[in-house]
Every structure is written in structure tokens, then in C-alpha cells.
Design a protein around this ligand. Sequence first.
Ligand code: NAP
Length: 488
Amino acid sequence: MGEARKLRYAIIGAGMAGILAGIKLKERGEQFTIYEKADKLGGTWRENRYPGLTCDVPAHAYTYSFEPYPDWDAYYSTGAQIQTYFEYVADKYGITPMIRFGHEVTSAIYNDATATWTLTFGNGSSVEADVVIAASGVLHHPKLPDIAGLDTFKGPAFHTARWDDSAPIDGARVGLIGCGSTGIQIVTALADRVEKLVHFQRSPQWVMPVPQFDYTDADREAFRKDPALMDAIRYNDEYLGAIKRFTDAITDIDGPLMQQIEDACLQNLENSVRDPELKEKLRPNYRAACKRLIYSWNYYDKVQQPSIFVETGGIERIEPTGVRMKDGTLHELDTLVLATGFRADRFIRPAVVKGAGGVCLDDFWAVRPRAHYAMTMPGFPNLFMLNGPTGPVGNFSLIDIAEQQWNYIEHLLDELRAGRARSVQPRAEAFEDYEERRIAAAKTTIFGSGCQSWYLDGEGVPASWPWSYEAFAEAMKQPVMSEFELAA
Ligand code: NAP
């Protein structure tokens, strides 16, 4: 049994999860630094600034559990206000000074002899740490469509996570490729601004109707005076019940709860869209919630406006003046927006990560990104991931998921802090057993019911937690220590 010791922690990424890790370590008086490639914190909320960006988790539930926020403008908040929230929290908890901006991790190499990690940065500097917390995000690396002629378009053409504020939008002819959560939100925001928006839709979406309303000054004052009012929204039976029903439905795809989701989406389409031709264009041919379900209060209203044209034909190529369809039609455009999603298999990569004995992360992830309960990996001691591969995904708060993951990680860190081990990693057999069970269950979830989405890994298996929310919460209470190898 060694001595208790002070660890040096390197947190990669100053988004929601990295800030969380910083707050939790600071509370315990630990020494840590957050390395951030950009010049601003916020992660996905820093990168995404497209018109219409809102979070489809109720604002009072999309906060850290320990830092409710009375100032939200609306039930579903805008991306801009969420960015403000993270900046506020990072300042309030003294995290901002702990962030080294402009530090993109290019490699993380484990040294077996010292049980330490060396991180090297794009600026050439490097640092040694005992523990690495990878909080580097999921939907992070834009995926551009493989369409001929994309680089010949003479107007602005950009991915949604690289919004070009100088591009013509108001009174302009805009093309929008992609119909995920992002594309749908952009349609709702631009319908009243453009002369014309052509929405190139390869697959339509199921849309769950949800209420949206602004909070008034009086509401905010009331939240400030009585924080229990915010808890009442966050822990509202209806909202928590909806999460539970959602996760139960996606894991019991022929059960009554999934039927309710399907019925609600179908009724929304039937009752909201008047033109029969448009209705058929917008009718998906796969099951609801197979792709990430769209929660929207105004998409069907906006898509029926005369300024919006839903183009369901195949794209032949992009030309200097617009998009040429396979049937020969040319849509002439001033601006082209690519809402084509992200490479969801990257995580900490392209950083080169080498673990014990020089094992490469790229090799370990050759078939699919994977990790024990989405956080730790055999061969990569003292490396912990927040919102890493195969964690829970769906229409609920990833802040809550990260907080629960942090709780699990703390138990493992305690082994190192107490000096009971210099390194901790999951046992290969325990991990393989877990991953086998996970894959078998994942194939039976709604995400594996026969549609294309970013939820699927390269082998077509849903890359997600495949069990209920309660099972996740239970698993996160503490690790099963016999599944871990502790080395002195
Ligand atoms: P996405 O869901 O991956 O959607 C990409 C879209 O681009 C799909 O409609 C896809 O069509 C289309 N596409 C891709 N390549 C194409 C091509 N070559 N030609 C034509 N269409 C093409 O990406 P996203 O909309 O950016 O959303 C990603 C995730 O971000 C969401 O699922 C969600 O988790 C998160 N998000 C959340 C919110 C929120 O409110 N909380 C808002 C925005 C984003 P197919 O479907 O046919 O493949």
C-alpha cells in the first residue's frame, strides 16, 4: 500500500464535460489544467452558431445539477445563451484561468515506467500528467458531402458548424443540404428571411411536437427568488417520465411506449401538413426514433411557407451557380449550406494516442470506437473519457450523462489518490465481455431497426448505451472493482 498522493490531471477540451471535470477536481483541491485547441471555451456551443440553433432539452434540465440558471430566455434555450451559461459557470467556479487556450493535443503517449502520460500540443510544447481526462466531444469533426463539383460553387458554401456570417441569407436564394436536427432548425429560422430556400432532403424526419414558450422577466425573478421552481422543471415528473419512456421505448421497440412515440409523430405529420404532395415528401419510410428524433414546435409550419421548397430528387453535381439535379433541373443559389453532420467516430482523434506497451488507439479502435462502459479502455491506464464512445445518446441531457460518468470515474481516481495503485485500467476480459453484451443489445434497439444515422458505427451497429436509463444510472453509481486491474 503506497502513500496517498497528489495527482496531476490533464483535461482535454473546455466544453461542457471538460468544465465539469475542472469544477469537480477544483472542489477537491486537485491540480489540473484544461487544454483547449480553440481560443474560447464552450465546445459544441462555441462551434455551432447557425440560425435557429436551440437545444431540444428543456433549458432548466440542460444545466449542471449544481448550477441552476434563472436567466434562461425560453423553455428551450438558444445555442447562444447556452454558450453564455458555460462562460458564466466557468468564470464563477474559477475554471477559466485553468484553461490553456490554443493548445491542441496532437499526441498522448503513456510511459509504462513512470505510469504517466505525455501530451504534446500543436504549438510544439508538451506536458506530463498522471491522469488524462478526455472530454474532447463527439460531434466535432464536420462531415462534408461527397458531391461532385462542391468546390466549384461561386457563392459561399460552408458547413453548419462553420457558419459564415457574411453569406447572403436575407432576401437571398439559399440551398440547404441535410435534414438532421441541424438542417430542420435552419429551415425554421430562415423561412421568414430568404427569398427562397431549397431544402435538399435525402431522407425525411419524424417530428415529435413539443411546446415552446418564452420566460418572462417575472418568471426569471421568481426563479431567482425560489430556486425550487427551477428544480420543479428539471425534476418534473412529466419530463423525467418522458426520458424514461424514451429510453424504455428505444430498447423495447415493439412495446407500447414505442407505439406511442410512433403514433405521436404520425399524427403530427397527418394533422400539420396540408398539401398531400408535401405530406408524402415528408413521410419517412423508417421507424420513428431510428434516426435522432426531431423535437420541434414549428418545423411543419415553416416548411409549408412558400419560401421553402423541399427537393427530394437526387443531386447530380454542384455547379458554379447552383445545384444540378439528376433530372437536369438547376437550382440557382446565392449561398449553399451543408448540414451534413459530423464524423462521429473521431473523439480524441486525430491526436495520436499510445497506451501501455505502445498500443495505438487507432488499432484498438480499428473496427469501432469502444470503451468499458464508455469511459475506460484496457491498455490505456489512467485515461478516462467523458461522453466517449458507446455512451448514452438520444433526446436527453448529455450534461446529466457526463455528471453520472464523472461519479463513476471518481471511484477509480480514489484508488490512485489513496496510493492503492499507480495505474488503473479495465481488465481485457471484463471489457470484452461487456462489449459483447453491449453489441448484442445495441443491435436490437430502435437505432438498429434499419435506417442510416450517425448512431451507427462502421459495422452498422448502434454505437450507444443499449439499455435503460435506470440501468445506466445504476451502473454509474460505482465501478465493479473486480473488472479493473490496479498496478502498484
Ligand atoms: P445528421 O443528423 O448526421 O444529419 C445529416 C444530414 O445530412 C442527414 O439528413 C443526411 O441524410 C444528410 N446528408 C449527408 N450527406 C449527404 C449527401 N451527400 N447528400 C444529401 N444529404 C446528405 O447531422 P446534424 O443534423 O448536424 O445533427 C447531428 C446531431 O447533432 C443530431 O443528431 C443531434 O444529436 C445533434 N444536434 C442536436 C440539436 C439539439 O437540438 N439538441 C441540434 C442540432 C444537432 P441521410 O439521413 O439520408 O443520411
